[in-house]
Design a protein around this ligand. Structure first.
Ligand code: DOR
Length: 455
């Protein structure tokens, strides 16, 4: 057979069940060659390189299905001093990410079909990775939600139950019911209870130095703030039998509650909540560690790991949320919440693999197969004949320092600056094209829109 690209000696993960695409399959480790033509996987097995235009020997590397980051904020339009689609996806590509789903809290928020299409137009010309966009739910667009979620390259509707960066907010249950009733696809939700946030803002009082310490952030936005929102969401999802995606869980109470509702709710966790904890993170990094929902104490981090191993957690996203260092150096609480993450997601999580905190197979499921299943992605996320030839190659033994100077984001910093990790992405391949190799972008702007199964 003729191949455009042949990946030889690939240690990789393939699904145990290849026939039922409507089901999530566990992965199994195997070694084979991968034959690619026309951007698709056309053959798997022991393959001859005699008719291959290009051969990539993956000996000593692991070939993962293309890693997908299902939560990023790339700030275009309106906030492009922090990030834009080009710089955001460049960071993604360098970090081994083959595709992203981008959030609607840009300026203006992505709440109309026109604004949604504008983002797609920008991305079609300037995205280094595959892309999809969420549409934002707002008080004045609930009637439009089904039309929005049916747009090409839409990953679904996003709801902010508590205010964070930007103006999007669905604070009360009457409105939330309307959103869930009108949306047919799985709705992604930021779960913090706005009413409790307002009540508790008075807890932000200055210390003896006259300043309000950022360590109060997880006390203001406490566990109950997250749990109340999750409970309200699940009550409504159950009432209307709708599927929801609970973004960035942070605490024990949430994951213990959600364990009983896996038929309705898929669940995301972030690397920063698995890696950093309070109060140390606020002492060490100040407002750089400020994030919504907040980084909490160690006992919550332990609960998140437990939930990851128990199957409560479905996906890991980065919640890449860049803000400039100048913005982050204001006095709390005038500082914005969020940190970069799309570029460091994989190195940080591979380091967890090397530390024995999870297996590479589990990590791969959380970043590919489960994302495919939760969002009903078409032809993505699997090493299987007929699927798109997107791959992330990693060197599990490579040791490297994460440094700000490596970060492509316009905000130019990462909370993981100075962290020595073991495990690093070496190649990012999109539709059979090697787009990134060893920190170099060989083929820019190869991203296409993600397609989704529609039932
Ligand atoms: O910390 C956060 N930053 N949490 C969010 O929900 C939004 C994000 C941002 O866009 O800055």
């Amino acid at each position: 057979m003729n191949f455009d690209l042949l990946i030889k000696n690939a240690t990789t993960f393939v699904p145990e069940n290849t026939t039922d695409l409507g089901k999530r399959s566990p992965l199994k480790k195997t070694q084979l060659d991968i034959g690619i033509r026309g951007g698709r996987i056309v053959d798997l097995g022991q393959l001859s390189s005699s008719n291959a235009e290009q051969v990539l020997d993956a000996n000593h590397l692991v070939v993962l299905p293309g890693i997908i980051d299902s939560q990023v904020h790339f700030r275009e339009p309106g906030l492009t001093h922090k990030e834009d689609i080009e710089s955001g996806t460049r960071g993604a590509l360098l970090g081994g990410i083959t595709g992203i789903f981008e959030m609607p809290n840009t300026k203006p928020s992505t709440t109309t079909v026109d604004l949604f299409k504008q983002k797609v137009t920008i991305a079609k010309n300037r995205s280094h990775t595959h892309f999809a966009f969420y549409a934002g739910a707002a008080a004045d667009n609930v009637e439009l939600l089904n039309e929005l979620e049916n747009q090409e390259f839409c990953s679904g509707i996003k709801v902010f139950m508590g205010s964070s960066t930007g103006t999007l907010l669905i604070e009360d249950d009457v409105l939330l019911e309307k959103v869930l009733k009108n949306a047919k696809r799985r709705v992604a939700v930021h779960c913090e209870d706005e009413f409790r946030l307002r009540e508790r803002k008075s807890l932000l009082i200055p210390s003896s130095d006259g300043k309000i310490p950022v360590s109060l952030h997880p006390k203001w936005r406490d566990e109950i703030t997250s749990l109340n929102a999750v409970k309200r969401l699940i009550y409504i999802a159950e009432k209307f039998q709708k599927k929801v995606h609970v973004l960035h869980v942070t605490c024990q109470e949430e994951v213990e509650f959600l364990a009983s509702y896996k038929n309705l709710a898929s669940v995301e966790v972030l690397p920063q909540h698995l890696t950093l904890h309070a109060p140390d993170c606020y002492e060490k990094w100040g407002c750089k560690a400020q994030q919504n929902p907040p980084i909490r104490e160690k006992k919550h981090q332990e609960a998140l790991w437990k939930a990851l191993h128990n199957g409560v957690i479905d996906v890991i996203g980065s919640d890449h949320a860049p803000h400039t260092l100048e913005e982050k150096s204001k006095d709390y609480p005038n500082t914005p919440s969020g940190m970069t993450g799309v570029q460091t997601l994989l190195p940080v999580m591979l380091n967890h693999v090397n530390q024995g905190n999870l297996s590479l197979q589990k990590l791969t499921e959380l970043l590919t197969e489960n994302v495919r299943d939760v969002f009903q992605l078409k032809n993505k996320g699997r090493v299987q004949i007929g699927f798109d030839a997107d791959f992330t190659l990693i060197d599990l033994n490579k040791e490297r320092l994460i440094q700000n100077s490596w970060i492509a984001s316009k905000s130019q910093w990462t909370i993981f600056d100075g962290l020595k990790v073991k495990g690093w992405p070496t190649h990012t391949i999109l539709k059979g094209k090697i787009c990134m190799q060893d920190d170099e972008i060989l083929n820019p702007f190869c991203g296409n829109g993600f397609e989704f199964e529609r039932n």
